[in-house]
Write a protein that binds this ligand. Structure first.
Ligand code: ATP
Ligand code: ZN
Length: 288
């Protein structure tokens, strides 16, 4: 295959984003052989080459055009501040970048950070936050195990990634201030050639179909014909619900698609209107 007609994607080589990055590509019908070569792999059914990198390096590689696109946490994207374009939120790798203080400290607001020494690996984002809040605090940059810094007297507090908060708890800390909410995003080099842009738009089309499908459920139910009008009004559907007669007289089978946000309300309304045998089925892809 012509080397020009491939898209090169950078993903994290191991760590919290690895599995889900491979997973979302797979849901887009792109299989990656994650075998022996830990640096590079070729997708088997899409013109794609995959580079496995440290997440911190991904924005730079995409900016420099070593990779055309990449998957990285927004936290890293913002911290590194490279000249790349964000293409799509990916819905996994969700976490918060937060300030945490020792459990016993009181915290009423950013003013309580005045004069403190805060350890972090996210000095750019933290500096931005402190500046916005007009707080003078010392930023102590360290490269790993930030959460132990207060315990060993290295800092008064920390600014680090949190998901469940259990690491903080184990280190006698409490989350007091969320600075950034983050998830994995797809980024692109700003000067892609036409071939790569075409491949990127194919990929984005598939990613959107996968994301949409996760937010929606296929629903089937039996409805008494006398209530059909009301039931159809409750169910939005992609265009409108499908209605098929059941063998039993006076009943119909109704099929539709329901968004997760309104799912339970709709189920309750359906039951209140005599719906029975409600089945809810995951959707694999959704193209509207
Ligand atoms: P690398 O070796 O690639 O530099 P790392 O140690 O920096 O790895 P990981 O801990 O694997 O990175 O986290 C990668 C990304 O996963 C984070 O930048 C963040 O976007 C996301 N993430 C989601 N939840 C969490 C969490 N609880 N703690 C840390 N990162 C999280
Ligand atoms: Zn990293």
């Amino acid at each position: 295959m012509n080397a020009e007609k491939k898209i090169r994607i950078a993903i994290q080589k191991s760590g919290r984003l690895f599995e889900d990055s491979i997973g979302i590509l797979k849901e887009c019908g792109i299989d990656i052989n994650t075998g022996l070569n830990k640096l590079k792999a070729e997708a088997s059914n899409f013109p794609m080459e995959v580079f496995f990198l440290r997440d911190d390096d991904i924005p730079q590689y995409v900016q420099d055009g070593v990779a055309d696109i990449g998957i990285v946490g927004e936290n890293v994207l913002i911290e590194k501040n490279k000249n790349v374009k964000k293409v799509e939120q990916l819905g996994f790798g969700k976490c918060r970048l937060s300030i945490a203080l020792p459990k016993g400290k009181t915290y009423k607001g950013p003013g309580d950070l005045q004069g403190l020494k805060i350890a972090t690996t996210y000095k750019t984002i933290l500096a931005g936050f402190l500046k916005k809040e007009k707080i003078k605090a010392e930023i102590h940059e360290i490269s790993g195990s930030v959460e132990i810094a207060p315990g060993i007297g290295l800092a008064d507090g920390i600014c680090d990634l949190v998901s469940s908060g259990s690491t903080l708890f184990m280190n006698g800390l409490k989350e007091v201030q969320v600075i950034l909410k983050s998830e994995a995003v797809l980024i692109q080099n700003k000067e892609l050639k036409k071939d790569q842009l075409d491949l990127l738009s194919k990929l984005v089309f598939r990613l959107q179909a996968v994301k949409k499908s996760k937010k929606n459920k296929y629903i089937l139910l039996n409805a008494p014909n006398k209530n059909l009008d009301r039931i159809v009004k409750i169910l939005p559907g992609m265009k409108s619900p499908t209605i098929l007669p059941l063998a039993e007289k006076g009943w119909s089978s109704v099929h539709s698609v329901v968004h997760e946000d309104e799912f339970w309300e709709i189920i309750e309304a359906l039951k209140a209107n005599g719906a029975q045998g409600i089945l809810v089925i995951p959707i694999e892809k959704m193209i509207v």
